[in-house]
Ligand binder design. Sequence first.
Ligand SMILES: [Zn+2]
Length: 245
Amino acid sequence: MSRLRAALVTLVVTLASLVAVTAATTTAAHADECYSWGRNLSSGATGADVSELQVRVAGWAGYGVNMAIDGSYGPQTVNAVKGFQAAYGLGADGVAGPATYAKIYELQDPDCTPIHFSYAEVDGGCGAGGYAGGSVPAATVKENLKRAMWRAEALRQRIGNQPISVSSGFRSQACDRQVGGSGTGQHTYGTAIDLVGVSFCTLAQNARYTGFGGIFGPGYPDHDDHVHVDIRAGRSWSAPSCGVS
Ligand SMILES: [Zn+2]
């Protein structure tokens, strides 16, 4: 081996170990506190770790796609992972590996909510706090809220990382009636959040791309001061003043 070649090999080995150390540090910082993936995932994979991935990338599956969180890595999951990777400057191959996980760990709080949203922002309305009195058990409410927040995180990233706030999240059935709702609407399941912070039409239009089955905004009765988004199955969109229907 020539001296030059030996020097190059040494350099490459040194760089590789530096990269490894950096990756390990990034992973350790957030992963242990919430959830860590133990294997690469790609098309055809199944399992609880696939579901955990789906929750975090569901906002990137494309226009009008409200993907199922079903633990099965199918075409929608491939597209969602590709969309997530592209949005955060990673190589978009549709395979979840160390770089994708490192980015998720970076975006993930210890309680598994995305970095720019929190449970404190979405818990019980009408001053109640908590997750009781809804249409499903509190644990289900919390899981639904987490799923909605990850899609809101995608929405925030999609519009150029502009801050978005939640003006109303979970409501007990009593609270929902108190504010003029039916008492059994999406907010009582924890599947809905009302958003403010940037132009309502910007929110309503972009929400079509980030996994929301329900979108109600400007032009829909009582929705001129916020945009309601929810993760219901199917599609119900109405923001006539923004061309969303
Ligand atoms: Zn709402």
